[in-house]
Write a protein that binds this ligand. Sequence first.
Ligand SMILES: [Zn+2]
Ligand SMILES: [Zn+2]
Ligand SMILES: [Zn+2]
Ligand SMILES: [Zn+2]
Length: 259
Amino acid sequence: MKSWKPMMQFFLDELLRREGLGDNETRCSCCQQELLPTARRFRCRNCGIFVQCINCLLERHKLMPLHSLEEWTGHYWTRVTLSSIGLVYQLGHGGHPCPHPAPAIRDMVVLDFPDVHQVKFRYCACDLSDRANNLQQLMRNDWYPATTVDPATCATFSTLKIFRLLSVVGGINVNDFVHTMEKNTDPWGVDQVPDRYKAFGRMSRQFACLGRLMRAGRAHDDAGVEATAKGGCAVLCWACPHEGINLPEGWQDLPKEYQ
Ligand SMILES: [Zn+2]
Ligand SMILES: [Zn+2]
Ligand SMILES: [Zn+2]
Ligand SMILES: [Zn+2]
């Protein structure tokens, strides 16, 4: 703290500089093309805060539709979505082109911590992705669907995992978690951030249940998940004595008071 205090102005200036264009006024950091004063300038919170022209931005984010963008208005950086500047994500190929995509462009709300994204995408209808149906295409993209029929909301697997951890370690509930994401996406509440509280509650419970089944080895049973016996997913208590696991051989022969 003692050495930091005299440098307060330095840190403050650097933070303020980040709110503006800095040295990035004249060129796109990716293609080095000169940017006219009227050209659109973007930066991505996930890629890094260098300036990108619209072509580089779209090319770069074909495979990364869940990045959070900002556009320079001439006075300040404002949030924009990738879908609003024309990105249509191709499912079934991880964003790479599909030779025979489904014709319809669809909307999907994707909860990807710490943001709520509104993504435009196409399903794949070619043979290359193993004829996966729509739900399989979502699942194979790490997007967990909120409903089983024509889903319009998903949460990424990593978001469901981080929620699980935060709820176990930090005691966070679904409402606070989703509200945090909504606030982070739109701090002033001026844009329409879709409310996905109920959907996320359902998804997180399903995901936790599936995790328990996997951990208990239930995914490998030929008879399927229905064959799970009552208590089949329970974790054995580490501290309790179990024959053949944490009891010394011949414990039965000891006198009662030492057993
Ligand atoms: Zn460029
Ligand atoms: Zn990015
Ligand atoms: Zn395809
Ligand atoms: Zn116990």
